[in-house]
Design a protein around this ligand. Structure first.
Ligand SMILES: [Zn+2]
Length: 192
């Protein structure tokens, strides 16, 4: 009897764990949501909540076919970003979890037509650094230094901007910006 009871307990426990570890697709906030314009806060402790956040960020990013996502894009005010360039041919596969990232050095320049999951359908040509060196914590809390070049460097800079409350529209000016805003307004109307 007690043996059956024990099995039941083990079954129930694994069932609960399975439920808890199912990644969730969370809602991506769209411009002009105010949280996208606010700098995010540093992560103090990498606990279960952060691990779940990262897991859901990957799931949400893959669901929308993105290659990078910042935590504030799903409404979480923390310095966490995920990157996975695997689906893109212009880059070798690179999957990163970056917590509290800090830029150490940047150089060169590169223009690239970028998209953003918070501006669905909009493409904007932005000037970025072609090479970037930065440090960040990984999910184990280890500080690592990275050097990226080309497409992955662009993805990193785009997400780093998000964490600082900056969107790609803040990287363009004048007529280019006005036209991008008009295109975005039209795209928003088509969605309604
Ligand atoms: Zn974006």
């Amino acid at each position: 009897m007690s043996h059956q009871c024990c099995n039941l307990y083990v079954d129930l426990k694994s069932h609960i764990q399975r439920i808890n570890f199912i990644p969730m697709v969370r809602e991506i906030l769209r411009f002009p949501h105010p949280i996208l314009k606010k700098p995010t806060k540093k992560v103090d402790v990498i606990d279960r909540e952060i691990r779940e956040l990262v897991r859901d960020m990957f799931e949400t990013m893959y669901h929308s076919e993105g290659v990078g996502l910042a935590a504030n894009q799903i409404g979480v005010d923390l310095q966490v970003m995920v990157i996975d360039t695997t689906p893109r041919k212009e880059s070798p596969p690179l999957k990163l979890v970056l917590i509290n990232p800090e830029v150490i050095h940047s150089e060169g320049s590169l223009n690239y037509k970028e998209g953003c999951l918070s501006f669905p359908g909009l493409v904007v040509e932005v000037e970025r650094n072609s090479k970037i060196q930065f440090k960040a914590l990984d999910l184990e809390g280890e500080e690592r230094t990275y050097e990226l070049e080309g497409f992955p460097a662009i993805v990193f800079q785009h997400e780093m901007d998000h964490l600082m409350g900056i969107t790609f529209l803040d990287r363009i000016k004048g007529l280019k910006k006005r036209l991008a805003l008009e295109r975005y307004a039209k795209l928003q109307k088509q969605r309604v």
